[in-house]
Design a binder for this molecule. Structure first.
Ligand SMILES: [Zn+2]
Length: 500
């Protein structure tokens, strides 16, 4: 689905046209630990109107959903030159509300007591990315899309709104908020529930600057003690089957979700998932606990962990770093040397924590193949319209050739796209298998899109366009329609600017 760009742009400038209300909506208990139900879109809208203009808080509408609801953006800043820009965004999955609720409590605390916001922080919050799904109680948005798989193509108004903010604000640190079920059928069948109250992971795509990956992981590792002090079991995020027989891995390295896609803009980036007991029908007695666990992490990000200067330097360096000589195209979580991990679970009957020794916890990001970094990518004129949209949505500069140009380039022939769950990479569908052809002289006709691999957008261009990558735009219908097994993909790898 496309959306008129001009209308969204105007929507982004509009201030919330609601009169400020005097009091907080009733559902919003003063103490988050007394919460028994989530906060609806209407309650949130009324609350945001009530805090707009209070202390350092301003509220605007950044986008509009297909069902006409607003995607709100909250800005809080006190200092005149805040250097550390933080973006929190929550509830991309409509049925995962705890992150939003926690963010609204943080906004309320700052509105009531502005000094709670450090002067060096420029804080941006999108508390409810998917209000249509939130109101319907569904993971997907009003158009039926999973927003957290839309981050390559940005076809939904909600994700487009997010990236307008990302490009405008350039967050030093961004956080995507989710929830996971702690009492899945698989766990129940073994008499277990999941151990942690909350989990977190940082960026991990192997093309990213190692200093940013390391800084993100430091935040993850050091969050355990803060959560423990608040009484919350914490683990680094993992997903997968049951230990010891089935694989578990940390967060996916791919760029179709917010964690690594926002990471393509060079900042630190995180995913947080709090743990929900689905057996508890609303009002959920564990909502308060999830919100409390969230707030520990949010305030830690806002107050700092003593490494502000180091993080700022890492992000600055990442945004100015030329691409490395090779681009990883095939990478996955592995367990080198078959380390045995003690994986904690809670025994449902007793509440005891059991440690299940497992060799199938994958903890290291491994690169299986990489290709030499090309000079540029060239996109054939036949596919230019679809790719122009993509490049513009991702903020990747390009040139449309007005005359033919002869270069040396490699084509990639598509062998197949696999649409089953990917057991090897422990990932959903959409893996593309290609064969790289030998470099050869090529005449690029007028109308070709020329995308140089230079500047701050180079990382995004490489991750979105590289035809030899395992997961690219061809997992999406608009781009799948452009390719045929046995034929070359529409993106060429330009290796020299001349024919020889
Ligand atoms: Zn989610």
């Amino acid at each position: 689905m496309t959306f008129p760009i001009a209308r969204l742009w105007l929507a982004g400038l509009a201030l919330v046209p609601l009169a400020a209300r005097a009091q907080t909506p009733a559902a919003f208990s003063d103490d988050h630990r007394a919460l028994t139900k989530t906060i609806s879109y209407d309650e949130m809208s009324a609350f945001l109107a009530s805090v707009n203009g209070k202390g350092p808080i301003s509220v605007s509408v950044e986008g509009t959903t297909t069902k006409g609801r607003s995607v709100y953006l909250v800005h809080a800043v006190r200092g005149t030159a805040p250097s550390f820009r933080i973006l929190f965004y929550a509830q991309q999955h409509g049925d995962e509300p705890a992150g939003k609720v926690a963010l609204l409590y943080m906004i309320r605390a700052i509105a009531a007591k502005p000094e709670r916001l450090p002067a060096d922080v420029d804080l941006w919050i999108m508390p409810m990315m998917n209000p249509d799904g939130g109101e319907a109680g569904t993971r997907r948005n009003g158009a039926g899309a999973d927003l957290n798989r839309d981050h390559i193509v940005l076809e939904q108004p909600e994700t487009q709104a997010l990236y307008r903010v990302v490009r405008r604000v350039r967050p030093t640190l961004a956080v995507d908020c989710h929830e996971f079920g702690r009492d899945s059928d698989e766990r129940r069948a073994r008499g277990w529930i999941a151990y942690p109250d909350i989990t977190m992971d940082g960026v991990n795509n192997p093309l990213f600057d190692p200093a940013v990956i390391a800084a993100s992981q430091r935040w993850v590792d050091e969050s355990a003690a803060a959560e423990a002090a608040a009484g919350h079991p914490f683990l680094r995020y993992s997903v997968g089957g049951m230990p010891p027989d089935e694989e578990q891995r940390h967060s996916a390295p791919d760029i179709d979700g917010g964690l690594n896609a926002v990471g393509m803009y060079g900042g630190l980036s995180f995913i947080i998932e709090s743990a929900v007991m689905h057996a508890n029908a609303p009002p959920a007695p564990d909502l308060a606990r999830r919100v409390d666990a969230y707030l520990v992490l949010f305030w830690r990000f806002v107050n700092g962990d003593g490494h502000r200067a180091e993080d700022l330097a890492a992000v600055e360096q990442a945004r100015n770093r030329p691409l490395p000589a090779f681009i990883p195209t095939n990478y996955l979580w592995v367990n080198p040397g078959m380390t045995i991990t003690k994986f904690p679970v809670v025994e449902a009957a007793t509440g005891r924590v059991l440690e299940i020794p497992t060799p199938n916890m994958m903890t290291v990001m491994a690169v299986k193949s990489a290709v030499p970094t090309p000079l540029a990518y060239a996109i054939e004129p036949r596919s230019a319209a679809a790719f122009k949209l993509l490049l513009e949505r991702q903020g990747i500069p390009y040139e449309e050739l007005t005359a033919a140009r002869t270069v040396t380039a490699e084509a990639c022939t598509l062998l197949r796209i696999e649409d089953d769950f990917d057991d090897v990479y422990s990932r959903y569908e959409g893996r593309q298998i290609v064969r790289r052809e030998a470099a050869a002289p090529r005449e690029l006709p007028a109308g070709t899109l020329w995308v140089p691999l230079a500047g701050e957008a180079a990382v995004r261009a490489a991750l979105v366009l590289e035809p030899a990558a395992m997961y690219g735009p061809y997992q999406y219908p608009r781009f799948r329609a452009l390719v045929t097994p046995g034929k070359p993909l529409p993106v060429l790898r330009v290796v020299r600017a001349s024919a020889n």
